[in-house]
Design a protein around this ligand. Structure first.
Ligand SMILES: Cc1cc2nc3c(=O)[nH]c(=O)nc-3n(C[C@H](O)[C@H](O)[C@H](O)COP(=O)(O)OP(=O)(O)OC[C@H]3O[C@@H](n4cnc5c(N)ncnc54)[C@H](O)[C@@H]3O)c2cc1C
Length: 492
């Protein structure tokens, strides 16, 4: 039986552990943090339970594929979001509900965008064609080199070429007349950790995945239930997870990795190694590769950093749904400047998740658990977050006004995680929330590869290698790396 060590227990690492274990590898996971799940984690405080990072997912058939591949059924119950979310525009009392059903959506925006159903249908059909023309060729594929990738790309129908030269904003501007509808359709760029003014139009395919294809889903009982169920299976299959163990160096011989070295100098050996630590930063910081030194990493395009607030609140906040967005005015000015600035945004845009709306077990009776996520500049631009209380208070006070409920006065418990906390906790490079961005020159064969350039027995899985970030993508990443390992190492 071959031994494999996985560095990191994010969803990418855990999914790879399931797949390799099923194939007969003896798997050990080494995790820096004290709990498993990486960004897909949990916070428990004073009787409140919060999803720490992800709060919903798309493309849930990838989850089903993962469990089918190991001979099991998806062990969690998924609930579709309907409406997908609600959006509060500044200065408008009534939030807009975002429906998958285009007739309902048209009704919601009847005052500002006539014929929305037909327009959205056209827009989504176009995005859907792109999605299906590229999903298998580009997203679900391993590439040996750039030439192979470019040849694959050249088989994508030419009609999609204009997508490459436009931004998401350009695409929504072309299709919709009202500023509000344009903003709503461009919000998907933020799910990629970027702004619509800098994100290529190809990612309008995310509108298709959210509004037509598979929609958005949450896990009943909270997203962390997924990690808990995976941990149960791994335990049954004798996969050991060693916590509070950070890999800081390696030893090698004859082009192979022989040992990992942890923060206490302890060494760990195996025949096969898979890093679920950030694929770019690990090459630079742990393997000391010049191509990924700090200066070069800093020049790469990283996704926005998360500023998160977790509030246990007494009372029920009626105006909040499960998923809510709060937007300010001056969308473009905000998106263009705030993320490369060193000062706190005065009128931040933020997302609010309230798990207690659908799960009564995650908060004491009569209480609400409120999770706020605000995209902010990463540590390259704003290093000092000692003013995090000030930004949090600013957001909480804005939220209180907009939902007409005094949240400040009713806080029972509170925790804030600024980009420096996220970075320290999970080794997120400079606090970037979703890892490397998805610019054309950072995807496919241009993204850090899932196979190491020098060590023949070192592989990568997760958000900063192929295909990209988000829960379904890291599950696909685990499939791709397992296929590569199987081809190169042989099955057992
Ligand atoms: C605030 C936030 C909200 C999000 N919301 C959503 C959402 O709603 N839907 C969605 O689909 N996606 C969402 N995402 C993105 C999603 O969480 C990630 O794409 C995904 O979880 C990444 O998984 P991963 O396995 O690649 O990495 P991670 O989850 O980062 O796991 C990597 C693990 O490796 C460990 N590690 C790192 N370095 C070392 C080392 N040297 N030694 C040992 N261990 C190490 C880390 O501690 C961590 O546990 C969100 C992300 C954030 C931050």
């Amino acid at each position: 039986m071959k031994n494999a060590i996985i560095i990191g227990s994010g969803l990418g690492g855990l999914s790879t552990a399931l797949r390799l274990s099923k194939k007969g590898y003896k798997v050990t996971i080494l995790e820096k943090h004290s709990t498993a799940g990486g960004r897909l984690n949990i916070l428990e405080m004073d009787g409140f339970r919060f999803d720490m990072g992800p709060s919903f997912m798309s493309m849930t058939y990838e989850l089903d594929e993962l469990f089918e591949s190991i001979g099991l059924k998806t062990p969690v119950e998924l609930e579709e979001l309907d409406p997908l979310y609600q959006v509060f525009f500044e200065g408008k009392d009534k939030p807009r509900l975002i429906w998958k059903d285009l007739k309902k959506l048209e009704k919601e925006f009847a005052d500002v965008e006539p014929d929305l159903a037909a327009k959205a249908d056209r827009y989504l059909t176009r995005a859907g064609q792109f999605f299906h023309d590229t999903e298998d060729k580009v997203v679900r594929a391993n590439f040996e080199n750039k030439l192979e990738y470019i040849l694959k790309l050249s088989s994508v129908p030419l009609k999609h070429l204009p997508y490459l030269f436009k931004t998401i904003w350009g695409e929504v501007e072309k299709n919709f007349k009202s500023e509000e509808v344009r903003i709503i359709f461009s919000l998907v760029a933020f799910f990629l950790g970027a702004t619509p003014f800098k994100t290529p139009a190809i990612y309008s395919l995310l509108n298709y995945t959210e509004m037509r294809h598979n929609g958005y889903w949450k896990v009943k009982g909270g997203m962390y239930r997924l990690v808990e169920e995976i941990l149960k299976i791994l335990k049954e299959w004798n996969v050991e997870i060693v916590y509070n163990t950070e890999i800081v160096g390696v030893n090698n011989s004859n082009g192979r990795l022989t040992e990992l070295v942890d923060q206490n100098g302890k060494t760990w050996t195996a025949e096969l190694f898979i890093s679920n630590s950030d694929a770019a930063a690990f090459r630079g910081k742990v393997l000391k590769r010049n191509k990924f030194n700090e200066e070069k990493l800093d020049k790469m395009h990283w996704t926005l950093a998360p500023f998160t607030i977790y509030l246990g609140v007494k009372g029920k906040v009626d105006r909040l749904n499960h998923h809510n967005y709060f937007l300010g005015s001056n969308f473009r000015g905000y998106a263009d400047t705030i993320f490369t600035s060193s000062i706190n945004p005065q009128k931040p845009y933020f997302y609010v998740n309230v798990l207690s709306k659908s799960d009564s077990t995650c908060a004491p009776e009569g209480c609400e658990n409120i999770y706020i996520l605000c995209p902010v500049p990463d540590l390259r631009y704003k290093k000092d977050w000692s003013d995090k209380e000030e930004l949090a208070n600013n957001i909480i006070s804005d939220l209180s006004k907009r939902v007409n409920f005094n949240i400040e006065k009713n806080i029972i418990t509170k925790k804030i995680l600024a980009p420096d906390d996220w970075s320290k906790m999970l080794n997120l490079y400079k606090g970037s929330g979703l890892g490397l961005a998805h610019d054309i020159n950072q995807v496919g064969a241009f993204r850090p590869k899932n196979k190491d350039e020098e060590f023949s027995n070192l592989y990568y899985v997760g958000a900063s290698t192929t295909p990209g970030t988000g829960l379904p993508m890291v599950i696909i990443s685990s499939k791709l790396v397992t296929e590569r390992i199987e081809n190169e190492f042989g099955s057992i």
